[in-house]
Design a binder for this molecule. Sequence first.
Ligand code: SF4
Length: 307
Amino acid sequence: MRTFRRRLLRWFDREQRKLPWRGESDPYRILVSEIMLQQTRVAVVEERYKQFVAQFPTTTRLARAREQTVLAAWSGLGYYRRARNLHAAAKMVEKLCGFPRTADALRELPGIGRYTAAAVASIAFGEPVAVVDGNVKRVLHRLTGRELGEEDNWRIASQLLDRRSAGDFNQAMMELGAMVCLPSTPLCERCPVATMCVVQGAGVAREKPARLKAELRYLLALNNGKVLLRQRSQTSSLMPGMWELPEMLETNGEKPLLRLKHSITTTDYAVMVYSGESNAGKWMPLRSVEKLALTGLSRKILRALTK
Ligand code: SF4
């Protein structure tokens, strides 16, 4: 195991991607990056992380912000429950008068599960706790050549962990999964621990899951510098409380003002926007919509039409 740790850490030292949260030791900033990365691609998070921590540089600033301001800053990242939980976690940290320093204590914060708690505790405070995410699971599955249950993954990750460099080791395991031990085509010839891997890429090629296609139609109603928006229900399972352009179920065969493509998880949407009139919604000044908690798609449409 010592050889495994040494090779992996050396490789990480040499090959790790330069990301805005690399080398960060502030637990709040590490938490922001981890929460953003849960459902969003690294390339998107890189830019949005910088903007978010510039707007809310500390837990105090985030705790004091209005929820609509936080949701607006999160707009386009999707899965808005993450933003609400992060906001609630910042408020709780303020009440506690300090950031919890162990994985167990971190799990008391809203929206923080076993993985996120271990990632923050090991990277910010050096606590010797292993992480298991999708990347780590794939690496462990191939290293051992066995189907592993949830608890097996955590146990083996803990056994492998370099307890003196827990934060770096955890990041190295995830980086190996993200950059080398890829889901469909692992790059075993570049793998620092290939000689210790049972599978070494054999039989792991997989077909990509098929993507779904769907259409969405929206109404653009403008009046005196205002745009008609509607607010999604607070109990909606998807993006509750967010603002968006009104959806249209039918059209009269007219030509759309705008066509664009938008992808959410496994679905590719063909989006069409039609000019029209309605009063079902709320008129909002166009100049202030950037500050509203708009859905990512509505923000994209308004930017495309007003640029
Ligand atoms: Fe993954 Fe290949 Fe490395 Fe094994 S040798 S851990 S399959 S990249």
